[in-house]
Design a protein around this ligand. Structure first.
Ligand SMILES: NC(=O)c1ccc[n+]([C@@H]2O[C@H](COP(=O)([O-])OP(=O)(O)OC[C@H]3O[C@@H](n4cnc5c(N)ncnc54)[C@H](OP(=O)(O)O)[C@@H]3O)[C@@H](O)[C@H]2O)c1
Length: 366
């Protein structure tokens, strides 16, 4: 049995990951969070033993000792927000000789994970950051189509979410950069833009339809120019399912950009509550796109558009696909590289989507 601890295991994404791993015969699942009662409640809901739900603080000074005592083989860290977090949890996992996977979407956090590479290699463990829609799935899509380009020049991608609001950690992470400046590569030069601005419309395939999207500060903005040589434009946009909600946050981001408000982070909790009340009135459909442009193998301009569409509010399972797929590989004893790396080149699109089987999530290949 491969003991897998999900930190933040009863959170929005953590609970979906636990749901996927709970019945696997090769995995002994531990559900961790600061509230032991909530962890145990989920353990019993998933037909696990009560002691498989436990109170554990990701930032407790004795985390490494706890991981050793619990015989943890792999830690899945979902206890965000990751923006501004350090590598305490990853370091504790490495010290305990456990593999480490996180769902981070913080640009610096994911791109900086390589600083733990020597430590992880020395200890002989697998450490990967960003095992989620970005950059795990987004890079898998680019990798799949790369051979169709003589020169790939532009990667623009985005997500239009459905009605079901993600957890507070995700909202806090996104709101932390609303209206704040960040850089992205546009036509070969690093330019400054601002979180949740650059309002644009994107037409997703049916049944999602047209959505408003805003610019987001994500790991792909720095990882893709490094990974795909010759790419001169990388941009990512995301948007809420409800137009009014999206415009409200866009307006707030403008206030932050103009320094009328210092930050939208204090609004994350109240807006999270409001979005839960509004869920029945908003579309349950969501989608992701990856658009690739460049010169094709035949020397002609080439543009490819890849889509993923989700209905029945199943979109929130998508960010869980990478950690589920990696945890299953580790439990099966498949070799994953020792060292620390952003989650790219480790999963194919097929690996990723296999972890989402049974959900109303469908790929529309380019
Ligand atoms: N890369 C991507 O594409 C992508 C996409 C979506 C989401 N994400 C990431 O997923 C993360 C999780 O989001 P979510 O929506 O699931 O958030 P959430 O519902 O707020 O879940 C966070 C969980 O972490 C637990 N937690 C917080 N601090 C902790 C600590 N010190 N020790 C142990 N547990 C702790 C929380 O429980 P307690 O407070 O009770 O401890 C909660 O269960 C976000 O931070 C976001 O960055 C990434």
């Amino acid at each position: 049995m491969h003991t897998t601890l999900v930190l933040g295991g009863y959170g929005f994404f953590g609970s979906r990951i636990c749901q996927a791993l709970a019945s696997n015969k090769q995995i002994y699942l531990l559900i961790g969070g600061r509230d032991g009662a909530q962890a145990q409640a989920l353990a019993s809901k998933l037909c696990l033993k009560p002691d498989q739900g436990l109170a554990i603080d990701a930032y407790a000074p004795d985390l490494a000792e706890r991981l050793v005592a619990l015989n943890v083989d792999t830690v899945i860290h979902t206890a965000g927000p990751f923006q501004g977090q350090d590598y305490t949890v990853a370091r504790a996992a490495i010290a305990a000789g456990a593999n480490y996977i996180d769902l981070a979407d913080g640009r610096d956090f994911v791109s900086g994970i390589e600083q733990l590479d020597i430590l992880a290699r020395t200890r002989g463990v697998f450490v990967s950051s960003g095992a989620s829609s970005l950059p795990a799935l987004s890079s898998a899509v680019v990798d799949r189509y790369l051979s169709r380009f003589r020169q790939l020049t532009s990667i623009t991608h985005g997500i239009g979410s459905g009605a079901r609001a993600p957890g507070l950690a995700t909202m806090r992470g996104v709101f932390s950069y609303c209206g704040k400046p960040f850089s992205w590569l546009k036509a070969g030069s690093w330019q400054t833009t601002h979180g949740w601005l650059n309002l644009k419309r994107y037409r997703f395939p049916s049944p999602v339809g047209t959505r408003l999207l805003g610019s987001c500060d994500v790991p792909d903005l720095v990882l893709f120019p490094r990974r795909y040589q010759g790419v001169h434009t990388v941009a990512f946009h995301a948007g809420f399912a409800g137009t009014l909600g999206h415009l409200f946050v866009w307006f707030g981001a403008q206030l932050v950009r103009l320094r009328i408000m210092p930050s939208l982070t204090p609004l994350a909790a109240p807006l999270h509550a409001i979005s839960q009340w509004l869920e029945p009135f908003v579309s349950d459909k969501g989608g992701m796109f990856v658009s690739l442009e460049g010169i094709g193998i035949d020397g002609q301009p080439l543009k490819l558009n890849w889509h993923l569409v989700a209905a029945q509010n199943h979109g929130p399972y998508i960010p869980c696909g990478a950690s589920i797929a990696l945890a299953l590989k580790l439990a099966r004893g498949e070799k994953l590289p020792h060292g620390a790396m952003p989650c790219m080149g480790l999963l194919t699109v097929e690996d990723y989507l296999a972890a989402l089987q049974g959900f109303d999530v469908h790929e529309l290949p380019a």
